[in-house]
Design a protein around this ligand. Structure first.
Ligand code: SF4
Length: 380
């Protein structure tokens, strides 16, 4: 019997070209795909682009209501380009990875001003903010039928198992090799050339619904006839686990500053966590929680607050955000508040728009706070 190493050595792009039956894969996709608002016979490139951006780091079921709300408010690229950034960010609130929303908004403005709409040309798409290799290939293949493969975590898992080749997500050399194999396969297979977007979506759908990270449903998989990992019962060996990344721990004190029935919110600076989002004022870079009250007093002094009645810890939550574990504690601050125009924040000096405002407490859930803050202010 051949060893696994020998098996790995013979499975490459030629195996893929000869053994992966595209017609069977597409038949399965047409029958079993989830019906989603951005999937259509003639897909709307704006919908495809938005869905692909929203789906990065986010599951379909979690993202779908956001997509529907976004499209209802901004039905076209022109509506998005004309929107206030704060409104775009508010509709994105809760999805995380907020740079995606800022890039989309900026890209929409560029498209409208330079191309009077969605550009036809792939080069123009590739220059837009937030459009990397994955997004470009997804939009161009699905909306414009160009034979460009996509490579995400689902596709890598399916390929690693189908070929029984130990690929690792995030390993540049592995991803580069697989991109090359997929590109070669896409250029030479007439069934793919006829429907490249469907093939890409089929592979991603297969990875999301059947060839899952654990307990893949091989007996109902359309690729099982030629899948090397299934044949040798080694699906649990592929792909290789991701390299462990170091999670940085950070402490942030969020301030619940109340005046009558109003609460103070501010727009965050462009750089850093929750960039340009509306949030509660914060004291960041705390080494210990013991420092928090003094640091809060310092911030209030910068704002010109002269009378503080009380600073009280009222709630705590922890979140994992892109390699960071955020320990977020909510402090209620009772003080004699000066006029808004005298409230200044170091965190927002570089932004031209009004930074701080009092809003009615009843609007705190809908003002566009990131999810971490929504958890903190719930039922207060
Ligand atoms: S047969 Fe199993 S391991 Fe192979 S591609 Fe299908 S679900 Fe994945």
């Amino acid at each position: 019997m051949r060893t696994q190493v020998e098996l790995d050595a013979v499975r490459d792009v030629e195996y893929l070209k000869q053994k992966l039956d595209v017609v069977v894969l597409l038949d399965w996709f047409m029958q079993c795909r989830r019906l989603l608002p951005w999937r259509a016979k003639n897909p709307n490139p704006y919908y495809v682009w938005l869905s692909e951006i929203m789906l990065q780091q986010t599951q379909v079921m979690q993202m779908r209501p956001y997509f529907e709300r976004f499209i209802a408010r901004f039905p076209s690229i022109f509506d998005l380009a004309l929107a206030e950034e704060q409104e775009v960010m508010a509709l994105w609130a809760g999805l995380g990875y907020y740079a995606r929303a800022r890039h989309m908004h900026r890209a929409a403005q560029i498209m409208v001003s330079q191309y009077q709409g969605l550009p036809q040309d792939a080069k123009a798409w590739s220059c837009l903010p937030g459009v990397g290799r994955y997004t470009l290939a997804a939009v161009r293949s699905i909306a414009y039928k160009e034979p460009m493969p996509v490579l995400d975590g689902n596709v890598l898992r399916v390929m690693s198992r189908f070929l029984a080749v130990p690929l690792r997500r995030g390993q540049i050399s592995d991803e580069k090799k697989l991109w090359q194999w997929l590109e070669s396969w896409f250029k030479t297979n007439s069934d793919i050339i006829a429907a490249p977007g469907d093939v890409n979506q089929a592979l991603m759908e297969l990875g999301a619904t059947i060839c899952r990270p654990v307990n893949p449903e091989c007996p109902v998989c359309p690729l099982r006839g030629s899948c090397a990992a299934y044949k040798y019962q080694t699906t649990d060996q592929y792909p290789l686990p991701k390299e462990k990344i170091t999670i940085k721990k950070i402490k942030i004190a969020a301030l619940w500053c109340v005046r009558d029935s109003q609460v103070l919110v501010m727009r965050r600076a462009a750089q850093g966590l929750w960039g340009k989002m509306t949030a509660l004022p914060c004291v960041e870079h705390l080494d210990t929680w013991a420092q928090a009250p003094v640091q809060i007093e310092n911030l209030l002094a910068e704002w010109g607050v002269q009378t503080i009645y009380q600073i009280k810890k009222i709630k705590r939550t922890q979140r994992i955000l892109t390699h960071r574990q955020v320990d977020l504690v909510l402090y209620q601050v009772d003080a004699k508040w000066p006029l808004l125009r005298s409230l200044k924040s170091k965190q927002s000096q570089d932004d031209e728009q009004p930074q701080m405002k009092w809003i009615d407490k009843s609007k705190i859930d809908t003002c566009g706070l990131p999810q971490a803050f929504l958890v903190l202010v719930k039922n207060i």
